[in-house]
Write a protein that binds this ligand. Structure first.
Ligand SMILES: Nc1ncnc2c1ncn2[C@@H]1O[C@H](COP(=O)(O)OP(=O)(O)O)[C@@H](O)[C@H]1O
Ligand SMILES: O=C(CO)[C@@H](O)[C@H](O)COP(=O)(O)O
Length: 506
């Protein structure tokens, strides 16, 4: 029996599973929340990296307590998935200089404009790196530190991403793999190498602060002895390369070969499909990321999904079951109530100064149930904007595997199927990114042990399974209704843009 631990450090919590690779059974599970820093100016979204490390230790401790002593010694590897793009600035001794600016921080729109100009305009940026500079990505956050906090910038010696920081916490090594690194916007994603042009636009010395790029089957290192002792593990547990949460979600939903499309309904909304070659969107809306299994992962990301539904749920003091019943009691289209869900600004389309808009309020739809439906529908229509763009780039979905917190809800899955116009199905293991971490750790361990022909796609084919009881087919009448709503949401978004800018300036 060999056990592999998968960890997903998301925006709101850290989740872990311990997988018995022989039987495919999950033998332990644990979770620990971590909060955003409150009281920051609008658009600034930050967390303390030390909180992620504390949550990770708590989760590892919790799982260790659920395993027998024998099972603990059979843990062979740990694979970490983490929210993408966050900038963890470390000094020469590896201490965190300031909190991490996150993927959902929109305070760096000005830095994006400046970097784009330095590289010769939007087209030149796409030619040189494959990705535009967007506020969510890491590069403008580093430039922001240089421009706004020069004293902190002078102390900078190591740039890490959230999951790299957790790898560093576990192993003591500065390490980066292609998948998560592709979300920095400092890489030429076509060549899977750092982009000298993007780096020089910020600071020519920055290259010294970036770890060399490693392939995703390599190990970040071995678990530090004091942690191995603390969790009761043996002294040779490897920590695999890990990756961004979407890259690891791809592995954990079996999206490791062409033809599979995954949608994640977490704090953010993402839709992605693994590709054997880079897929660069000439409009820069679909992100040309690398995967964390040696390929590429064209991906759409919207910033407003379960945060939106959670706000509505909190406002009306409902638990998830009550909210689901409320939504089930209303008609598709929420009797004319439509939400443009840009509560935190938006990445796709790129509207960093955006805000939420409830459109079509009247006496008949002024109710908690209609607000709840409008929240689920608005977030899903927002994601469908990108699904259509993916289709235009040749990635056509015949069915969509859904994962993340929102995918647990049957009534929301029906909205997903109706909006996307294809069947959706959830996974047997709903912590897809954590499962991806466990599988990548098993792959990395096998290669390290000399079983070099081991394929991640074979491991995934054996372990990953859809939950057929959740398969949901689109309803033709509802799908037609949502096509009209989609047009209306697109028009509403376009019409509001000048007003968002006026509001930001005012
Ligand atoms: N049954 C459910 N219906 C809708 N949302 C849910 C449900 N269960 C959990 N969530 C929400 O999903 C989010 C967590 O999803 P997850 O994919 O773990 O997010 P992240 O990785 O961004 O932290 C939370 O906002 C949580 O409240
Ligand atoms: O920025 C992106 C993808 O580009 C986000 O998907 C983050 O990776 C955060 O993920 P969740 O916390 O929502 O899982």
């Amino acid at each position: 029996m060999s056990l592999y631990i998968g960890i997903d450090s998301g925006t709101q919590s850290t989740k872990g599973i311990a997988l018995d690779l022989d039987s495919g059974a999950v033998l332990a599970e644990a979770r620990a929340p971590h909060a955003l820093i409150t009281g920051l100016p609008a658009g600034h979204m930050e967390q303390h990296p030390q909180d992620w490390a504390a949550a990770l230790d708590h989760v590892l401790e919790g799982m260790s307590a659920q395993l027998t002593a024998d099972q603990r010694t059979r843990v062979r590897g740990i694979g970490i998935s983490g929210q993408q793009h966050g900038f963890v600035p470390l000094d020469a001794g590896g201490a965190v200089i300031r909190p991490a600016k996150l993927w959902c921080d929109t305070s760096t729109a000005r830095e994006c404009d400046l970097l784009t100009k330095k590289l010769g305009g939007a087209k030149a940026v796409l030619r040189k790196t494959g990705l535009p500079f967007l506020p969510g990505y890491t590069a403008p956050k580093i430039f922001w530190l240089k421009r706004h906090e020069p004293r902190n910038y002078r102390r900078l010696r190591h740039v890490l991403l959230p999951h790299d920081y957790l790898n560093f916490h576990l192993t003591g090594n500065y390490f980066m793999e292609h998948g998560d690194a592709s979300g920095t916007a400092l890489m030429d994603v076509r060549r899977r190498a750092w982009s000298p042009a993007a780096i020089a636009a910020i600071d020519k010395n920055l290259a010294d602060f970036l770890p060399p790029l490693s392939a995703s089957h390599e190990a970040a290192g071995v678990l530090r002895p004091e942690l191995a002792r603390r969790f009761g593990f043996s002294s040779d547990v490897i920590v695999s390369a890990g990756g961004g949460d979407n890259m690891m979600g791809a592995i954990g939903t079996g999206n490791v070969a062409p033809g599979v499309v995954t949608a994640s309904f977490g704090t953010s909304g993402t839709i992605y499909a693994r590709a054997a070659k880079p897929v660069v969107d000439p409009d820069g809306e679909i992100a040309a990321f690398c995967s964390s299994d040696g390929g590429w992962l064209p991906l759409l990301c919207t910033m407003n999904v379960t945060t939106v539904t959670e706000h509505v749920r909190a406002l009306f003091n409902q638990d998830h079951a009550a909210m689901d019943r409320a939504v089930a009691g209303t008609r598709p289209g929420a009797d004319g109530l439509l939400l443009l869900p840009y509560l935190a600004g938006e990445r796709t389309p790129n509207v960093p100064d955006g805000a939420g808009v409830l459109f079509g309020l009247n006496a008949a739809n002024f109710s908690a149930s209609h607000f709840a439906r409008a929240a689920m529908e608005g977030a899903t229509l927002g994601m469908n904007y990108g699904l259509r763009r993916l289709a235009a780039l040749g990635v056509k979905a015949r069915e969509i595997r859904v994962t993340g917190g929102g995918a647990k809800t049957a009534v929301w899955r029906q909205i997903m199927a109706d909006v996307f116009g294809v069947p959706v199905v959830a996974m047997k293991e709903d912590e897809g990114a954590a499962l991806g971490g466990a599988l990548q750790a098993a792959w990395c361990h096998a290669i390290r042990e000399g079983r070099i022909k081991t394929k991640l796609s074979d491991l995934a084919a054996r372990i990953v399974a859809v939950d057929e009881t959740t398969r949901t087919l689109p309803d033709k009448k509802h799908a037609a209704r949502y096509r009209k709503l989609q047009t209306l949401q697109d028009q509403l978004g376009a019409a509001m843009r000048p007003l968002f800018t006026a509001r930001a300036v005012g």
